[in-house]
Design a protein around this ligand. Structure first.
Ligand code: ADP
Ligand code: MG
Length: 559
């Protein structure tokens, strides 16, 4: 038996791994299960395509068992196994060493954090192990082998007579210390939870011996402990299933299982894309506004899977801010398991996925607005503000994407209307889209400036949220119609005759106006005659682009 050194690079990574205080040590199990699943994939494919190999569905599984007495955790698979050479090259080096290169480039950053985010495959088992032993027999070799390592010291390989093709990995779990309760990794219940959390949708059964209290027999209620082998994962990911096979209840159940919210989803989208990038996704819009939604604490993001294996619980890069209310999962076979948060941000595939999602969600909302108005309004009551923020914060860059999703309260309809609806029914002589800002619909209703417009049969949009007017300023216009505040100096309502008459009046009353201006001092900028008042003697207007309401907001903002 010979002891071999790990390659220099692997050794360094291993050192970091062992010393890692990364909190999610439990991900080692995800890595081992995903390797097992990969290995089964390989033999499964062979069995399906090679007549020489007998094929039996039940032969393909992963089995996890713990032995508290000797502190070992066993992960057994019926996959393709490894030859001696494969053991050398696969477990003696790091298959994908990109992580270490990345670590070197970012030496200043917290090393442990970075390791944790990578999930560096097989080596991650050393986060919880004093020693790891691998028994394996390849489909392509009569002889089996035993690989053993206690970490940085190196590893040994020796022949071992293993009966079945496949791999058994034995993790000698560390003793508890102040920081970590390693016993968790020997606890049946905890292990089951970890499997469910990270590997629920692995295609092959993950079996465990599950102990339960059960009545002794049909006629005897006395409880006895029964241990049975059970499959703990659900195996087929819901997002891989056919939409036609799934009911609203299925989608709701998945929403609950994933703890996306305590409510039921208002709507869901099931996306399957097979183009430049391949991915499946299930997205939800919650029915209720999450309590922290409009606060700094709120974190957007979707669960990200690489081929059925969870790689990130909240990937923010998948959703734009204006759709940050989305909950759900994305699974792509085009993503590497060992991808970091930092790399993810620049990843071309991820960008493609994000773009696709944005488009699909936009279309979904648009068709909801058209075909399920009530539902859409419910959505808009909760998340409309976010859409308006989206218009505002991107300096109008999202105009095309978002303008048709906006709703405003209308003087005419006394309910929410879209800009398209407004413009489509504008009288021919109306030039602008008029809006009025105020604290409430009631207050706006009473604004003197609205009277003339209503008389002319012009519809007015009521802005009661601070962001409304800011968003509109960014949009500038809709279908070439500019927005105009009823409070702006020039409403451009009058015909030529009225204008001339107004000029004349202005001259005639110049003295009076000047006198009033002097009296009011610097409380006002100007005093003018108005043609737009009807039953009110006077009104205040704002000069330029900023309305009185906006001015209030701007003044209240910290500098
Ligand atoms: P990755 O899975 O990203 O390639 P890992 O460190 O997880 O990196 O695994 C390294 C390699 O070791 C795998 O690519 C595979 O060839 C081999 N391997 C690991 N576990 C098993 C297993 N259970 N059965 C067969 N081969 C395995
Ligand atoms: Mg792996």
């Amino acid at each position: 038996m010979e002891t071999k050194q790990f390659q220099a690079e692997s050794k360094r990574l291993l050192e970091m791994m062992i010393n890692s205080i990364y909190s999610q040590k439990e991900i080692f199990l995800r890595e081992l299960i995903s390797n097992a699943s990969d290995a089964i994939d390989k033999i499964y494919y062979k069995a399906l395509t090679d007549d020489q190999i007998s094929f039996n569905q039940e032969d393909y599984f992963v089995k996890i068992s713990a032995n508290k007495a000797d502190r070992t955790l066993h992960v057994v698979d019926t996959g393709i196994g490894m030859t001696k050479e494969e053991l050398e090259s696969n477990l003696g080096t790091i298959a994908k060493s990109g992580s270490l290169a990345f670590k070197n480039e970012n030496e200043m950053k917290d090393g442990q954090e970075i390791i944790g985010q990578f999930g560096v495959g097989f080596y991650s088992s050393f986060m919880v192990a004093d020693k790891v032993v691998v028994y394996t027999k390849s489909l392509n070799d009569e002889q089996g082998y035993k690989w053993e390592s206690t970490g940085v010291e190196g590893y040994t390989i020796e022949p071992y007579d293993k009966e079945d093709v496949g791999t058994e990995i034995i993790i000698y779990i560390k003793e508890n210390d102040e920081d970590v309760n390693y016993d968790d990794f020997l606890d049946e219940h905890q292990l089951k939870t970890i499997v469910k959390k990270y590997s629920d949708f692995i295609r092959y059964p993950i079996k465990m011996d599950v102990t339960e209290q059960k009545p002794k027999s049909d006629d005897d209620d006395e409880l006895v402990e029964v241990t049975e082998e059970k499959t703990v994962n659900s195996m087929v990911p819901i997002w891989r299933k056919n939409k036609q096979e799934l009911t609203d209840e299925d989608y709701n159940a998945f929403y609950q299982e994933k703890h996306f919210g305590f409510d039921n989803p208002l709507t869901h989208l099931h996306i399957s894309v097979d183009g430049m990038v391949r991915f499946q996704s299930i997205l939800y819009i919650p029915e209720q506004l999450p309590y922290d939604y409009y606060s700094k604490e709120f974190e957007k993001g979707l669960e990200l899977y690489s081929n059925g294996v969870l790689i990130m619980e909240k990937s923010a890069d998948l959703v734009p801010d204006h759709f940050s209310f989305l909950k759900g999962i994305v699974d792509s076979e085009d993503l590497s398991l060992n991808i970091s948060r930092e790399i993810l941000q620049q990843d071309k595939q991820v960008k493609l996925i994000a773009k696709n999602i944005e488009k699909k969600v936009k279309n979904h909302l648009q068709s909801m607005l058209k075909n399920a108005r009530e539902k859409y309004e419910k959505f808009f009551e909760a998340f409309g503000r976010q859409l308006k923020f989206g218009v505002y914060s991107d300096f109008g860059a999202n105009k095309e994407k978002l303008q048709d999703l906006l709703l405003f309260y209308s003087s005419q309809e006394k309910k929410l209307v879209s800009l398209a609806e407004y413009v489509d029914r504008m009288p021919e002589d109306q030039k602008y889209i008029y809006y009025a800002s105020g604290e409430s619909h009631d207050r706006i209703e009473k604004l003197p400036q609205t009277e003339m417009l209503k008389d002319k049969g012009y519809e007015i949009l009521y802005f009661t949220e601070e962001v409304d007017e800011f968003a509109i300023k960014m949009l500038m216009n809709y279908k070439e119609k500019e927005f105009k505040s009823v409070a702006s100096g020039d409403l451009d309502l009058d015909d030529e005759e009225t204008k001339k008459e107004a000029e004349k009046q202005k001259e005639e009353h110049k003295e009076l106006l000047d006198h009033m201006k002097t009296l009011l001092g610097n409380k006002v900028k100007d005093v003018r005659l108005s043609t737009r008042l009807k039953s009110h003697p006077v009104c205040l207007t704002a000069e330029g682009d900023v309305s009185i309401e906006m001015e209030k907001v701007l003044k209240a903002m910290p500098d």
